[in-house]
Write a protein that binds this ligand. Structure first.
Ligand SMILES: [Zn+2]
Length: 185
């Protein structure tokens, strides 16, 4: 058998199988269509009966009830619509004072704020021992152990909680001014 012969045999088999499948699907599709038509028809008959029947209830009352139902439906839809998260909730990382700070949002408060090395992403350690010395200006060094103890950033003015507070104030300032939008793109 040549290659073209074997191809035509294969095509014949595929056509036969497909044809069989289509033929066997037709009665099923016809049944489905008939039951759909019957369902739509019975719905139309019911609606016609309901509309043409005479009710003892006055028309204005029906209209009032209808308006209330519509108002209720609209209120429910409004209550169920998905609430949009404020855009700044996506702002959870930024370079602030030379280090990469990350945090999460709990409501409108910043939580789990800490800094990481901008080069290797290691968690930084801090040294605020200067704050315990009488002779040195207060500052906090943030150090990367993986980058041979490099001081990644120094925040002047206070100990570790002061420095973390300074980073938080800076990121909240960026949220207020809208500068954060550049950091999330
Ligand atoms: Zn590093």
């Amino acid at each position: 058998m040549t290659e073209s012969q074997s191809h035509s045999v294969r095509n014949g088999v595929i056509a036969t199988v497909l044809g069989g499948l289509i033929l066997s699907a037709i009665p099923y599709a016809r049944g489905l269509l008939l039951s759909l038509i019957a369902w739509v028809w019975s719905g139309a008959v019911w609606a016609r009966k309901t509309i043409t029947l005479s009710y003892p209830t006055p028309g204005w009352l029906l209209l009032l009830i209808g308006l209330f139902a519509l108002y209720g439906a609209v209120c429910t839809l409004f209550a169920l619509r998905p609430k949009k998260e404020p855009l700044h909730k996506k702002y959870t990382e930024d370079i602030i004072y030379g280090a990469k700070w990350r945090w999460s949002w709990v409501g409108s408060n910043v939580s789990n704020l800490w800094c990481y090395c901008p080069t290797c992403d290691a968690t930084l350690v801090y040294d605020d021992s200067s704050c315990r010395s009488r002779y040195e200006p207060s500052k906090t060094d943030f150090i990367c152990e993986r980058c041979n103890g490099k001081v990644v950033t120094t925040i002047q003015g206070g100990n570790k909680s002061y420095a973390v507070g300074a980073a938080e104030r800076e990121l909240l300032r960026k949220v207020r001014t809208g500068e954060y939008v550049a950091a999330i793109q």
